[in-house]
Ligand binder design. Structure first.
Ligand code: AMP
Length: 369
């Protein structure tokens, strides 16, 4: 039951599950609109804790800590989607959680996610469920080779994935994603056709409880070692492809009765077809360009959706390339800090480990299209 005052009055507290950089930027946006934030997550001195009004450092399964958190906040949202659905359900019995646990449950499981995309008429790469090693050969017949084997749950940034060029790779791919263990039950993994894509794009959509829906335009995303490296806006796609991608995001938001933000990642094939890869019901790395290229940004849009404020239409005034600063990339900071076209964002992380997102830079150019 969602009895949140409408809209949430200034000074109210928004709870954020997860305390990484997305929580940090969300807390900053909430503060601009006069809200307090209380972040919750397992790590001490986290990026979000450094800027939030209050913090709980506890495991996501810690029932006592969750009860205390629920009592301290007026609404809850999340910046990390691998929070246990059970914990989010328990919270939602005490305080409005936006988006709700049902969306989280779908987004946490690649099988449910693909079934959901099919239910709204959105294409995906051809795929098959793989519950055990012996399912792999017939799954490969369904998808064709090459294919990508992915754990259905708890995979991100390419973790829990293995490429298969032929059926001869089956044992190695299975061992790579199971770590040598034998999974029990159905739906441990999915096998997906490997898409020879022209580019990868993402669309971020916001929706309010009243049904107002606003999309950001597609970003074109490049990955290195499975981690997002750059997002370029405008994406180099034709208007029909852009319209199709935005249409999918809007249909998804409406079908899920989303209250909050949803990022949908998609492949654009060589023939211009849009195929959905995955979705995340939270702010997204590929939406960081919105912070400097004009109009409302993704974090403020989420605060507005959660708080029951009107959404704004983003009006972009610049072309932009968002560059992630990963690991040692922060050593290039001096150069970016001198660059008049660069807006630098750092996440307050002390140690630059390989693969760790330390910050990002938005490089702005005069708008051409
Ligand atoms: P994911 O964790 O599913 O988002 O995968 C991470 C990245 O791996 C994607 O952004 C793609 O660059 C690549 N990838 C994943 N699945 C496929 C696929 N079926 N075909 C081609 N590339 C893929």
């Amino acid at each position: 039951m969602d009895l949140l005052p409408h809209p949430l009055p200034p000074g109210a507290t928004i709870g954020i599950l997860g305390n990484g950089q997305l929580g940090r930027m969300l807390a900053q946006a909430a503060a601009r609109l006069g809200y307090r934030t209380h972040v919750y997550g397992p790590d001490k001195d986290s990026p979000a804790e450094q800027v939030a009004s209050a913090s709980t450092v506890a495991a996501y399964e810690d029932n006592g800590a969750l009860v205390g958190f629920a009592a301290a906040v007026d609404a809850v949202t999340f910046e990390f989607e691998n929070v246990p659905v059970k914990s989010v359900r328990e919270l939602s019995a005490r305080v409005p959680v936006r988006p709700g646990p049902k969306i989280l449950e779908i987004a946490q499981d690649r099988i449910k996610e693909k079934q959901f995309f099919a239910s709204i008429g959105a294409g995906t790469p051809t795929w098959a469920i793989v519950s055990q090693r012996n399912d792999l050969e017939s799954a490969l017949k369904t998808t064709g080779a090459p294919a990508v084997l992915k754990t259905a749950r708890l995979g991100y940034d390419g973790k829990g994935q293995a490429k298969m060029k032929t059926a001869g790779d089956a044992d190695a791919a299975w061992a790579a994603i199971t770590g040598g263990k034998t999974p029990t039950g159905d739906g441990y993994a999915v096998l997906e056709a490997f898409v020879d894509f022209r580019c990868e794009i993402s669309v971020i959509v916001a929706r309010t409880k009243d049904g107002q829906v606003v999309c950001f335009e597609p970003a074109e995303n490049d990955h290195a070692n499975h981690i997002l490296s750059t997002s370029v806006v405008p994406a180099r796609i034709d208007p029909a492809t852009s319209k199709a991608a935005v249409g999918i995001a809007v249909r998804a938001a409406e079908a899920l009765e989303l209250v909050g933000l949803l990022a949908v990642e998609m492949f654009v094939t060589q023939t211009g077809e849009v195929l959905c890869n995955e979705m995340a019901p939270r702010p997204h790395n590929s939406g960081h360009w919105t912070m400097d290229a004009g109009g409302v940004d993704q974090f403020e849009q989420l605060v507005r959706a959660v708080a029951g404020l009107p959404l704004l239409t983003p009006v972009r005034h610049a072309d932009v390339t968002m560059i992630n600063l990963i690991g040692d990339d922060v050593n290039q900071l001096e150069r970016y800090l001198k660059d008049e076209s660069a807006r630098v964002h750092l996440y307050g992380k002390k140690e630059a480990r390989p693969g760790r997102k330390m910050g990002h830079v938005n490089l702005l150019r005069a708008r051409r299209s």
